[in-house]
Design a protein around this ligand. Structure first.
Ligand code: ADP
Ligand code: TZD
Ligand code: MG
Length: 585
């Protein structure tokens, strides 16, 4: 080869760009910095080249966990979390997390490689054959497929917009194997990429809707604000706090809205929940849906006479989705827009009249709440101070509560049944978006994926409180946590099973009952297998020392906290959702 032809070959090579590179460049152009995934045909080289190009490529042991990581990264950052999988089975493993993202209103993009279209569509039996686009649609907010390299820019731009705009959700992007190898002219390729401008445009509420909401609120005798995870997502923390404090209205944080204002705030009514829900006359929902978690806004929880009867409350609902209002009960004042704009508009309107034109709720209402709160807090303090042997949820969580108080910046992951419900009510959070948990579906398995994403995104210590069953769904990712040396402290509330460890097989056969696991299992040894720190803790003092060591050392740590196997109840706090025959205390 002479010099001239070598130069020609070089310039030709330089003047084309392939599908792999276009995908990477399109993501980078849109400030995506991390991919959560698992390699294999046809995306192995995509994972390698993503890493080589400076993207952080985090490999998991199961796609579901990568997907949950991506979904919560989306929640925490307001950028779509990216999950990358292989075709059919890898895609299906990721699909659970995509559905979870859509249901929870988290922005996420599941990118899966797929097999040859011609073969798939004729159902000729390709390697990992599946019509993934069709399968994804019922659980995705949107789904797209790209067939030509020159369309990659558009495909990724559409996916980003769909994930972030309006009510956020999970988007599927199908990239067939052949696409990655396609080469096009480099300049044209570069030109085809789109940097999405204003992917989540502000949605300003209509002035008359703002006025209607305020009028209703002003007339209230016993107003209540409910903050949901939409409010946490919106990152309008200062204005939300100002609204609560200026109006002086007591508020209830939903699980993932805990810490939006410190849980110890004087207007926090969590410890009087069962009083404020039926008693309130006007309730303002901010980024919270009236779904099962709020008993659909009616029934006995809300003071209704029967399980489906309306309790008489009037509702104001701030939500970005115009279709959310009236989904369960009448919404008297829907306020449609993004939470930041809506809350700012309420504050501005309030500020128009002298002195805010605002009178704080009656001391009668506030006083009754404070009184009940103090009583309940006192009762809880007593319970927490007990030191039974074996340890129970309360004595263990008393320790966790202290450690979280001392480390308010730590991210807090929580799943399980009793391990979830007790933790939610006992452990206070002090800052926004610190608590991430089972979400709208009450799903088990988010734990370790959430730990990885929380550590990576926040660069803070992560503390995870896990039921022993809950942990099992994603337990193998402790290897991932050790591999990336993440500052994650996992506490397993080990009560030998699902809800409790005491069920027996009524036939007397050798199989244990369906809710029971191996007794006295040593989850801590699992962590040691990968070089992490494993601790077996049987007393609050041992648990405290182990957690403090973990936070100090930042080493991946798993503490097997031995909990009284009789301590839990069936399904934790949601026993009543079991069909009648299965109910147990
Ligand atoms: P929780 O489970 O905490 O009660 P939900 O997931 O039920 O919360 O409700 C969250 C609500 O917040 C959804 O209805 C969603 O449309 C809404 N939402 C999410 N992001 C925003 C935003 N930026 N502005 C307004 N509403 C939002
Ligand atoms: N599978 C999935 C994906 N999600 C679920 N929520 C369940 C099954 C059912 N389930 C619950 O709702 S909680 C739970 C299961 C299996 C585990 C409870 O046991 P645990 O917690 O050890 O995690 P406690 O502390 O023993 O109650
Ligand atoms: Mg358990």
């Amino acid at each position: 080869m002479n010099d001239l032809s070598a130069t020609n070959a070089e310039s030709q090579a330089q003047s084309t760009i392939d599908g792999f590179q276009l995908v990477i460049d399109a993501l980078k152009l849109n400030d995506i910095d991390t991919i959560y995934g698992l390699p294999g045909i046809p995306i192995t080289d995509l994972t390698r080249r993503a890493q080589a190009s400076g993207l952080r490529m985090l490999s998991f042991r199961h796609e579901q966990n990568a997907g949950y990581a991506a979904s919560i990264a989306g929640f925490l950052t307001q950028k779509p979390g990216i999950c990358l999988t292989v075709s059919a089975p890898g895609f299906l493993n990721g699909l659970n997390a995509l559905a979870h993202a859509t249901v929870n209103c988290f922005p996420m993009i599941l990118i899966s490689g797929s097999s040859e279209r011609e073969v798939v569509d004729l159902q000729q039996g390709d390697y990992e054959e599946m019509d993934q686009l069709a399968v994804s649609k019922p659980v995705a907010k949107a789904a797209f497929r790209v067939l030509h390299a020159e369309d990659i820019g558009v495909g990724i731009a559409r996916a980003i917009r769909a994930a972030l705009s309006g009510r956020p959700g999970g988007v599927y992007l199908d990239l067939p194997a052949k696409l990655f190898a396609q080469s096009i002219d480099a300049a044209a390729g570069k030109n085809s990429l789109i940097k999405v401008v204003d992917p989540a445009p502000k949605q300003i509420p209509a002035p008359d809707a703002v006025k209607r909401a305020l009028d209703l609120l002003k007339g209230a005798k016993k107003p209540l604000i409910i903050l949901g995870k939409g409010a946490a997502y919106a990152q309008a923390d200062a204005d939300i706090r100002a609204l609560v404090e200026k109006t002086g209205i007591p508020y209830l944080p939903m699980s993932m809205a805990k810490g939006l204002l410190p849980d110890t705030h004087e207007l926090c009514a969590s410890a009087a929940r069962s009083y404020v829900l039926p008693e309130a006359d006007v309730v303002m929902l901010i980024g919270a849906r009236l779904n099962w978690l709020l008993s659909h806004g009616k029934g006995k929880t809300w003071g209704g006479k029967s399980s489906k009867a309306w309790g008489g409350q009037k509702f104001i609902q701030i939500d970005i989705s115009p279709q959310e209002a009236d989904s369960n009960v009448r919404i008297d004042a829907p306020l449609v827009g993004d939470i930041g704009s809506c809350v700012a508009a309420l504050l501005a309107e309030m500020g128009k009249t002298a002195g805010g034109g605002w009178t704080k709720p009656s001391t009668e209402w506030l006083g009754a709440i404070f009184e009940l709160k103090s009583k309940n807090v006192e009762k809880m303090t007593e319970t927490l101070a007990k030191n039974p042997s074996p340890m129970n949820f309360h004595s263990a969580l008393n320790v966790v509560r202290d450690v979280v108080k001392a480390n308010p910046d730590a991210m807090f992951v929580n799943e399980g049944a009793n391990a979830l419900d007790f933790t939610r009510s006992i452990v206070d959070l002090y800052k926004p978006r610190k608590r991430i948990d089972v979400g709208t579906w009450g799903i088990m398995g988010v734990g370790m994926g959430y730990c990885v994403a929380a550590a990576v995104v926040s660069k803070q210590q992560v503390i995870a409180i896990e039921g022993d069953s809950a942990f099992g769904f994603s337990g193998m990712e402790v290897e991932t946590i050790c591999r990336y040396n993440l500052p994650v402290c996992i506490v397993i509330m080990n009560n030998n099973g699902v809800y409790k460890g005491t069920d027996v097989n009524p036939t007397g056969g050798s199989d244990v009952a369906p809710t029971v696991f191996v007794k006295d299992a040593r989850y801590d040894k699992l962590m040691e297998a990968f070089g992490g720190v494993g601790v077996h803790a049987t007393t609050p003092a041992e648990l405290r020392k182990a957690m403090e060591d973990a936070v100090r050392s930042k080493k991946p740590t798993l503490i097997n906290a031995v909990i009284d196997e009789t301590a839990g109840t069936e399904s934790g706090r949601i026993t009543s959702l079991n069909p009648a025959a299965a109910k147990k205390k």
